[in-house]
Design a protein around this ligand. Structure first.
Ligand code: GLC
Length: 414
């Protein structure tokens, strides 16, 4: 029996079919270009951080190109940072001056992005930071950039989280009423366990916020970082061992991963994952019943840098021929041969061969169950022998590994 997580309030039907999305982290931190947590890491006060606001001028920004690149990579939805922890807003919020329209960019950057991705047929998701290191009523805590500035803390000790929560709720309302249908809202994040003024559901007024979200946008998918559950579980920068469970029950889940360990544009970063590794991560995720949300951090001039484009194109090249093993597919009940991952979609079983073996690939428990076998990328027949005594099937593979980053064998089951 295939695993099917219990239904939640959000509509995840399209989501578990589509499997693959683009995460975009874009804000002022693209200018320092050394991680989106730079304000925290370097303990930068607002007055110093202001230079990024004053120089934010993405003159080469063309969201149509972004949307096309995502689509070509095989991505079916995207999630963009409307506001990250630094507090800067990409849209023309009526509730703050700290927004793109007041930078040299001089315009709402979110609206054209939503339109461009919608135009390419991708679903729309908003990441929205619960944390805000710019808002004057956001109480200073252990991850605030000015946590170590005693004078500042003393001066700001009367900050009122309920006023910040009101801002958070009202901005969420703007986001869910001014951009048409939004398919995912991705709040980030809660840390009530942290000793120094940690924050969580009581601070965000998560229940009330969620009620409003559900009312404004029925069917929207809400992630799990409000500290009150949600429709999807979102493990970050890890590949889980198995289908993600909550209280012992499998749930709808989405791994979020970076191309190089940083979410925001990170100029000097050398940790770039290869196309092969990224394709393997996508396959591994689907083989455990999950989605992959893969991140690009665009530059301050508003384009995807060549290394990101290279990865997206490489993944797209693989997807062009092999996406049948991804869309609509999920974990299989069968046991994968060594060095392989399985996905299944009804009577089609997909063997993803991570390490190419010499001539034969052996698979247990399959004798008598296969109608036909082929390599997925070129529909060339794969012949096999069956041992009815022990259930073993041995596929005959060419000595030369096919020239695709991860070869896939497609089995038509009886
Ligand atoms: C985090 C980080 C962050 C990133 C995100 C993506 O919690 O704070 O910078 O946006 O998760 O999952």
């Amino acid at each position: 029996m295939a695993i099917k997580p219990e239904a939640t309030a959000g509509n995840t039907d399209w989501f578990i079919h589509d499997r693959f999305g683009l995460f975009i982290h874009w804000g002022l931190y693209a200018l320092p270009a050394r991680h989106e947590w730079v304000k925290n890491r370097e303990r930068i006060p607002d007055s110093t951080y202001q230079k990024y606001f004053e120089h934010f001028d993405p003159d080469l920004y063309d969201p149509k190109e972004w949307a096309k690149a995502a689509k070509k990579a095989g991505m079916k939805y995207f999630v963009v940072t409307t506001k990250h922890h630094e507090g800067f807003c990409l849209w023309d919020s009526k509730l703050t001056d700290y927004k793109a329209t007041n930078t040299p960019a001089g315009r709402d950057l979110l609206k054209p992005m939503v339109e461009a991705f919608r135009e390419e047929g991708l679903k729309i998701g908003f990441y929205h930071s619960l944390i805000d290191w710019h808002h004057p009523e956001f109480p200073v805590d252990g991850i605030h950039p000015q946590r170590d500035d005693k004078e500042f803390r003393e001066k700001e000790k009367d900050r009122d989280i309920t006023k910040y929560a009101e801002y958070l709720h009202k901005q969420t309302r703007e986001l869910l009423t001014q951009f048409g249908k939004i398919d995912i809202i991705w709040f980030d994040f809660s840390y009530s366990g942290m000793a120094d003024n940690g924050k969580g559901k009581d601070d965000w007024q998560s229940e009330k916020l969620l009620d409003m979200v559900r009312e404004l946008m029925p069917g929207i998918i809400v992630n799990d970082r409000l500290e009150i559950g949600g429709d999807i579980k979102t493990p970050e920068q890890v590949q889980p061992r198995e289908w993600v469970k909550v209280d012992g029950k499998p749930v709808v889940w989405e791994a979020c991963q970076t191309l190089n360990g940083s979410w925001g544009y990170d100029r000097d970063n050398l940790d770039w994952k290869s196309v092969e590794l990224l394709v393997q991560m996508l396959i591994d995720t689907v083989s455990k019943g999950g989605n992959l949300l893969l991140n690009v951090g665009p530059t301050g001039r508003g384009y995807f840098d060549p290394k990101a484009i290279d990865r997206l194109e490489g993944i797209g090249e693989w997807m062009k021929y092999n996406s049948r093993s991804i869309y609509g597919a999920s974990q299989s009940e069968f046991t994968a041969p060594v060095d392989c991952r399985l996905t299944q979609n009804g009577d089609r079983l997909y063997i993803h061969v991570f390490a190419w073996p010499f001539k034969q690939l052996h698979m247990e428990g399959m004798a008598g169950k296969i109608k036909y076998a082929q390599l997925l990328h070129d529909a060339s027949e794969v012949r096999y022998s069956e041992n009815m005594d022990n259930g073993m099937v041995s596929f005959n593979l060419p000595v030369q590994r096919p020239d695709v980053v991860v070869p896939v064998i497609e089995l038509f089951l009886k």
